[in-house]
Design a binder for this molecule. Structure first.
Ligand code: 4NP
Length: 152
């Protein structure tokens, strides 16, 4: 199973989702490959945002070696599940799909938490530190629930 996490810049939300899922997959010895990408290429080649790196580290999750890259059509071939952080990312990825099969791979990551009132991981980029902690808490829960769903 291959899972791709996607946000806009691939420097805040999706690198954290990637790092969290990688860590849990390793702890549980599962055969799941994890990666992340951004729908915009504007931060391609960059490390995750230092504020996201700090919150990740506070919760024993290392994301400092990850590098931003742009989502490409070929990602539909490699990945079984493509998890978007918000509706804008979701729509942008779906627009690149070549077939219904491609489209069916794309989901909002918060579908897995099943909270009808919160469907998107808020973009923390222009806000304060609390926004990054909120992203951590949302993605910690979402990646736990994703793994229990995959295992069942
Ligand atoms: P991300 O956050 O999509 O979670 O990586 C953002 C990072 C950069 C920008 C926007 C969102 N930006 O506009 O540069």
């Amino acid at each position: 199973m291959n899972v791709l996490m996607v946000c806009l810049g691939n420097i805040c939300r999706s690198p954290l989702a990637d790092g969290l899922l990688r860590k849990k997959v390793k702890e549980k010895n599962l055969n799941i490959e994890v990666d992340s990408a951004g729908t915009s290429g504007i931060h391609a080649g960059e490390s995750p945002d230092i504020r996201m790196q700090k919150v990740a580290k506070d919760f024993d999750t290392l994301i400092d070696t990850l590098k931003s890259r742009k989502f490409i059509v070929k990602d539909f071939d490699k990945f079984d599940l493509i998890l978007a952080m918000d509706k804008s990312n979701y729509q942008n990825i779906r627009q690149m799909a070549r077939s219904q099969e491609d489209k069916d791979k794309v989901h909002l990551i918060l579908e897995f938490t099943g909270n009808e009132n919160l469907k998107e991981v808020p973009d923390p980029y222009y806000g304060g530190e609390q926004g990054f902690t909120d992203v951590y808490n949302l993605l910690d829960e979402a990646t736990d629930k994703l793994l229990s769903k995959i295992n069942n």
